[in-house]
Ligand binder design. Structure first.
Ligand SMILES: NC(=O)c1ccc[n+]([C@@H]2O[C@H](COP(=O)([O-])OP(=O)(O)OC[C@H]3O[C@@H](n4cnc5c(N)ncnc54)[C@H](OP(=O)(O)O)[C@@H]3O)[C@@H](O)[C@H]2O)c1
Length: 356
């Protein structure tokens, strides 16, 4: 069967192909027919810089299971699901999500709740994986309870860039983990971040916003032991470095490599600064940007624990997807959307396409 897919068709160029084939059924993987896929900045970076011709692009997807590998226990054909893939994988060219029929590893797939559309669910994958990794694998906070309301007060967390796709999910999980959340975004996204639970919101476009954050925090006797930089530029890292507590604190940047600006300001050993590659959560080796990474079994084990927890939190409506906008044109629209991501992309919204 010849299928439509979005591949790297020449170095640095994404294109539509109509001759993709059904991926092979690996033991820990399932095969699914996609109903909707969502786009992330990483898709553009893979298309433009990282992936070899022939690689199928795309990470975020939702669809219906068609077939399962022999080790798969949580899914059966016909299940409505969503998940995350390693799109543009140089080691397994068939691994991407931007195709009519895809393969996905069981540990990175959740059941789609009935009250979410496929388009809603497609916007979850990278977001729930990345934020779980930051809070519960890197910071090593206890996983949030799926049965109890949090009673513990863990103090304040600063989520820099709360209106990003990573930020809106991070805010919700930080709240479920007992934090008071301070966040930054532009004014049009204040209602969005508040709807996800942010306690204190600041416009980073205003010159004195750092002072506003510090004044509010001092007034509430808060200091920032945990800071997540969802933008990861030198500028945002500098702000985070000035705001973070100097005692036993943790800064994480979503963008690798770690912005050097942070460590230039925060030189204390008691301040830890990290970044991470979300793809390693799949428990597979990586070759990306000319660097090779072995599979990380501890992250694979983490994913097996995290995925059922986040699946339940999504089912209970405690974690909502990032808002999305559906772009017309199906898979054919994706090369154009990738170009728009290179120009800055959408703000406060993930681009999703419906797969016919
Ligand atoms: N390491 C990993 O595994 C991993 C995983 C996921 C994402 N990432 C990376 O994380 C970054 C964010 O991805 P995402 O999908 O979460 O982002 P996104 O949804 O594309 O974020 C867009 C938001 O960033 C904010 N923003 C834009 N310019 C800004 C600036 N100069 N200063 C501060 N904020 C600014 C805007 O907020 P306002 O509109 O409110 O101004 C905008 O809504 C990307 O670089 C991505 O590649 C890495």
């Amino acid at each position: 069967m010849a299928l439509k897919a979005i591949k790297v068709v020449a170095p640095g160029e994404a294109g539509v192909v109509s001759n993709a084939i059904v991926p092979r059924v690996r033991d820990d993987y399932l095969i699914a027919r996609t109903k909707a896929v969502a786009l992330n900045p990483t898709d553009y970076h893979h298309a433009k810089y990282y992936s070899v011709p022939g690689a199928i692009l795309g990470c975020d997807w939702a669809g219906v299971v068609q077939e399962v590998g022999k080790n798969v226990t949580r899914f059966k054909p016909g299940d409505e699901v969503s998940g995350v893939c390693h799109g543009g994988n140089n080691l397994e060219l068939e691994d991407g999500a931007f195709a009519e029929v895809i393969t996905a590893k069981e540990l990175a797939v959740i059941h789609k709740p009935k009250d979410l559309s496929f388009e809603d669910a497609a916007a979850l994958g990278v977001g729930i994986a990345t934020t779980g990794q930051i809070l519960y694998a890197v910071f090593q906070l206890p996983l949030p309870s799926i049965t109890e309301v949090v009673r513990e007060d863990r103090g304040a967390m600063l989520v820099y860039g709360g209106s990003s796709a990573t930020g809106t999910i991070l805010i919700q999980l930080a709240k479920l983990s007992g934090f008071t959340v301070y966040t930054t975004c532009s004014v049009p996204n204040f209602d969005l971040v508040k709807s996800r639970g942010a306690d204190h919101v600041f416009d980073y476009n205003v010159p004195n916003f750092e002072h506003e954050i510090l004044n509010t925090a001092h007034g509430k006797h808060h200091s920032f032991q945990y800071v997540v930089d969802c933008f990861g530029s030198d500028d945002t890292a500098e702000v985070c470095a000035r705001l973070i507590s100097k005692e036993n604190s943790f800064y994480h940047s979503v963008k690798a490599p770690l912005p050097e600006a942070f460590k230039k300001i925060r030189t204390e050993d008691s301040v830890q600064a990290t970044t991470a590659l979300g793809y390693l959560l799949l428990g597979e080796p990586l070759s990306i940007g000319g660097m090779d990474f072995p599979a990380d079994p501890s992250l694979e084990e983490f994913s097996k624990k995290w995925t059922p927890v986040i699946e339940e939190l999504v089912k209970q409506g405690k974690v909502k997807p990032h808002p999305h906008g559906v772009i017309a044109g199906g898979l054919d629209a994706i090369p154009g959307i990738l170009e728009s991501i290179s120009q800055g992309g959408t703000r406060g919204k993930k681009s999703v396409v419906t797969v016919a």
